[in-house]
Design a binder for this molecule. Structure first.
Ligand code: FAD
Length: 433
């Protein structure tokens, strides 16, 4: 019976190395080069970061989600999950290990649907960690509902001309290229009339109007671009995948992206648990340590329980992705992980913040950022409500309605059936009395 929760010793050694490496070598980058992860390396940062990337490569941990043909190890999603929960502690770690969103997902689409020319031009430098990419799908008037998308590409001879607005195109301002999802045929349902284009960010007409910041970031100095595509002309060869195939391609990207976020969230939530435990063991008030107070013990137990459930679920989902090699077959579980993720991170970070008292709500501790991160997780890659609909629909596929007036578990009817089935014994029982 194959049912094993152990990591093989060889890979565990690598994980132990990664754990120490992230804590000692990578987490300091978060403190000195905050928000710089997606800025192409200048001479100084290159000097510090290239040797770290090299160490990761030597350990065979660079881009472990990719197969060997793309420069990775072909370790698959389960091993990536175990690694990602270590990387989740640090904003810089995914960059140093070559597995940062949104580039991983964007690389997956190009690897899957790109022509040899597109792969040579965009994929290789992306995989080498030398350039960044942006995924430009959401529009100001609608993100969760693609039927609201208005940005159009119209064929003009050998070219396509793109016009419209996109919102929240993360990292567009530092990206070398955008993957833009646009309507190419407005006369068919949006799922069949939408296509993807690879557009270099310096193409004339790509106008970044604002760089929207998240809460706490300076106004108009964030990383989520509002872009006006103003008569952006690209050759037909810029089409990524077949015309009208954007939604199929997007699923390739989003399935992986969502579960990778969940893997990293385990690491971040574990960091909050670690901080909470250290604090409650260290702080004494009203005659005892915080750790000895029953309510605080409840915080610890609830956090441990939430995280343990979430972690096992994410690992199991990663295992299924490796087993079936088909995101569609694991859609229900990926969506479930996506639903649970914001709540787990929010609840644990909130409790950790609370036990730190006033210090917890300052900008000298990372709790608010974590809680804000939880809110982001409930929106990026689709709102929780939409994923709940997906899960519910998939769950209901395994059920049938009943024609009977009563539910099939209605006890009087089942009792009658049970009595009929066991009538011989029941008669004997009566006879024995
Ligand atoms: C940090 C961050 C990074 C992002 N990066 C990118 C990116 O790189 N590229 C990109 O294209 N997009 C990106 N997005 C956009 C993201 O995909 C959208 O925010 C998301 O799809 C929701 O779209 P919306 O914001 O337009 O909200 P809306 O679609 O307006 O939804 C608003 C709210 O309405 C409710 N709602 C919506 N639909 C339903 C429904 N069917 N049933 C019940 N309730 C519903 C939910 O409460 C939802 O939160 C990013 C978002 C964030 C926060």
């Amino acid at each position: 019976m194959a049912w094993d929760f152990e990591t093989d010793p060889e890979y565990q050694e690598k994980l132990d190395w990664a754990d120490a490496f992230v804590r000692n070598e990578v987490e300091p980058l978060d403190l000195v080069w905050e928000h710089q992860q997606f800025v192409p390396l200048d001479g100084l940062r290159r000097k510090a970061i290239d040797p770290l990337k090299e160490q990761v490569r030597q350990q065979g941990l660079w881009a472990t989600h990719l197969g060997p043909e793309l420069g990775g190890q072909g370790y698959g999603q389960l091993k990536l999950a175990l690694l990602n929960e270590i990387l989740g502690r640090s904003s810089w770690a995914p960059i140093v290990f070559g597995c940062q969103a949104p580039d991983t997902g964007n690389a997956e689409i190009i690897a899957h649907y790109g022509t040899p020319e597109q792969k040579a031009r965009y994929l290789q430098p992306l995989l080498d960690g030398e350039i960044f990419s942006s995924y430009s799908m959401t529009e100001p008037q609608g993100g969760a509902d693609p039927a609201q998308f208005r940005t159009r590409a119209v064929r003009d001879g050998d070219d396509w001309v793109i016009n419209g607005w996109k919102y929240f195109s993360s990292n567009a301002r530092t990206a070398a290229f955008l993957i833009v999802m646009v309507v190419t045929d407005p006369d068919v349902p949006v799922h069949k009339g939408t296509s993807m284009f690879l557009v270099p960010t310096d193409t004339p007409g790509v106008e970044i109007v604002r760089n929207v910041g998240l809460y706490g970031e300076p106004m108009n100095d964030g990383t989520h671009a509002l872009i006006h595509y103003n008569d952006v002309r690209v050759p037909h060869e810029a089409l990524l995948g077949a015309e009208g195939q954007a939604f199929a391609a997007a699923q390739t990207r989003l399935g992986g992206g969502r579960i990778h976020h969940a893997m990293r969230t385990i690491g971040l939530a574990q960091k909050a648990v670690d901080m909470m435990c250290e604090r409650v063991l260290s702080r004494e008030t009203a005659g005892s340590r915080l750790a000895d107070k029953q309510t605080v013990q409840g915080y610890i137990a609830d956090s441990y329980a939430q995280l343990a459930q979430f972690r096992l679920f994410v690992l199991n989902t990663a295992w299924k992705i490796d087993k079936y090699n088909d995101y569609k077959k694991v859609r229900k579980d990926i969506a479930t992980a996506k639903i649970v993720m914001p709540t787990v991170l929010h609840d644990i970070a909130w409790r950790a913040m609370q036990v730190h008292g006033a210090l917890g709500v300052t900008n000298e501790m990372p709790f608010f950022r974590m809680i804000h991160g939880a809110a982001v997780m409930g929106l990026a890659d689709g709102p929780t409500e939409v994923h709940k609909t997906t899960v519910a629909k998939q769950v209901l596929r395994d059920y049938e309605p009943t024609d009977d007036m009563w539910p099939s578990e209605w006890i009087p009817k089942k009792q009658e059936a049970a009595r009929a089935k066991l009538a011989d014994y029941l008669e004997l029982e009566v006879g024995n009395q």
